[in-house]
Design a protein around this ligand. Structure first.
Ligand code: OAD
Length: 231
């Protein structure tokens, strides 16, 4: 049974109204990474960091999955082999679109993490500066998202999946952030056929055997139909 591993990034959620990071109007044009997305930023100015993620959590709560998220869930349901979705996104739109067992390598806005004891719990809509941990009571609650300088989640499982992939697809990601940007070379080395689906060629586009350019909501459902037509 052919195993498909899919990596997604902010581009798949763009048409659901969630901003990307590196496009002209992206989040990193409005904020500096070192002010809001590092452990040092949180230590220096927890209020600013919580505000940044509270705003993103509010935006994500209002967003609906688009045709691309829904098509990937359809692929998971109808493909005869395993379809593994690995996302860099901290929203829950894959799950809202019907996908299961999504590996959130950069964490999830919907979860809180205690920086003191490591306990995780569902994040309140608005996290406070000194958010108390329900397990150890330390005022150390932070968003359960992976910041620059931290190790992404689920890496051992992701590399196992990449080693077994026969098809690897990268959707809506600029290929500028590692380790995710190295997944295509891992999959290629394992013998997978790789395809990039993105608005424009990414920085690592040449590493893919095939590319389809356009909006995710248009090109992902067509790619899924093409795959399912061959079953
Ligand atoms: P980027 O903002 O770097 O890249 C988004 C990509 O999506 C770009 O290549 C766009 O061309 C493409 N794109 C935009 N709209 C699209 C659409 N409608 N359909 C298809 N593609 C579209 O976002 P990521 O690659 O996800 O990490 O960023 C990777 C990581 O960098 C994020 O997880 C985040 C960020 O800093 C952390 O915060 C740790």
């Amino acid at each position: 049974m052919t195993k498909i591993v899919i990596l997604t990034g902010a581009g798949i959620s763009a048409e659901s109204g969630l901003g990307t990071f590196r496009d002209d109007d992206g989040l990193w044009a409005k904020y500096r990474i070192e002010d809001v997305a590092t452990p040092e930023a949180f230590a220096r100015n927890p209020e600013l960091v919580q505000d940044f993620y509270n705003q993103r959590r509010a935006n994500a709560a209002d967003a609906k999955p688009n045709a691309a998220h829904i098509a990937l869930a359809r692929l998971q349901q109808n493909w005869p082999g395993e379809v593994v979705i690995v996302t860099q996104n901290v929203d829950a739109l894959h799950e809202a679109g019907g996908a299961v067992d999504v590996l959130h390598m950069h964490g999830e806005l919907a979860q809180a993490l205690c920086a003191a004891c490591g306990h995780r719990w569902p994040a309140p809509e608005v996290m406070q500066t000194n958010e108390p941990c329900p397990a150890c009571q330390a005022p150390s609650g932070r968003p359960d998202v992976v910041w620059f300088g931290e190790i992404p989640y689920h890496m051992a499982r992701i590399y196992e999946h990449l080693a077994e992939a026969e098809i690897f697809a990268s959707i809506g990601t600029s290929g500028q952030v590692y380790p995710a940007a190295a997944f295509v070379s891992e999959a290629n080395a394992a013998g997978a056929t790789s395809i990039e689906l993105n608005l424009e060629p990414s920085d690592i586009s040449r590493q893919f055997a095939e590319r389809r350019l356009g909006r995710a909501s248009q090109i992902v459902p067509i790619w899924v139909e093409d795959l399912l037509a061959g079953v």
